[in-house]
Design a binder for this molecule. Structure first.
Ligand code: CO
Length: 171
């Protein structure tokens, strides 16, 4: 079911999400709701707190490099539960946006390469070793689980400009 997205500066976005301990029907329903919501808003990633659920759950569905059609395939969705970054290195700049901060995009520098341990919807453990787009998407979504949004990475000047424009737009 499509849920409402929590929009900046809602305080829930500052909440630190809790570890998932039960890999049950409720979790699977949450993952379905997250997928439906992400697709309906044309996002490429979503953290559970963005639909108001403070659990360490994120999903990512990046468009394939070589495919020209925009069609999103559900089976391509990466479901990441309780992620732990065990390695982060290099640096890579890429334009980011966020469904909780609609209409705002900015270049953000993050680690280029990451190794992340996580669990799937059944509680099975996996390790992902990746770089560039997927690596920064994992970092962006994982920040949500720690109560952080990408605009916190802006320079003071750019942040001030953003806040001013955001307030004007969302009065
Ligand atoms: Co986001």
């Amino acid at each position: 079911m499509v849920k409402d997205i929590v929009i900046y500066p809602d305080k829930r976005l500052k909440q630190v999400s809790k570890e998932v301990t039960e890999f049950n029907e409720e979790l699977h329903e949450l993952l379905e709701d997250m997928y439906d919501t992400m697709v309906s808003k044309k996002g490429v990633g979503l953290a559970a707190i963005q639909i108001g659920v403070p659990k360490r759950v994120l999903i990512i569905n990046l468009p394939e490099d070589d495919s020209k059609d925009e069609e999103i395939k559900k089976e391509d969705t990466l479901e990441v539960i309780n992620p732990i970054f065990i390695e982060k290195n290099g640096s890579w700049k890429n334009q980011e946006g966020c469904l909780s901060i609609p209409g705002f995009y900015e270049d953000i520098e993050r680690a280029k390469h990451v190794i992340v341990e996580y669990q799937d919807r059944y509680g099975n453990k996996h390790t992902i070793n990746t770089d560039e787009f997927l690596a920064v998407a994992l970092q962006h979504e994982n920040d949500h689980l720690d109560g952080k949004v990408f605009i916190e990475k802006l320079s003071i000047l750019k942040r001030k400009k953003f806040e001013k424009e955001w307030k004007k737009k969302h009065k």
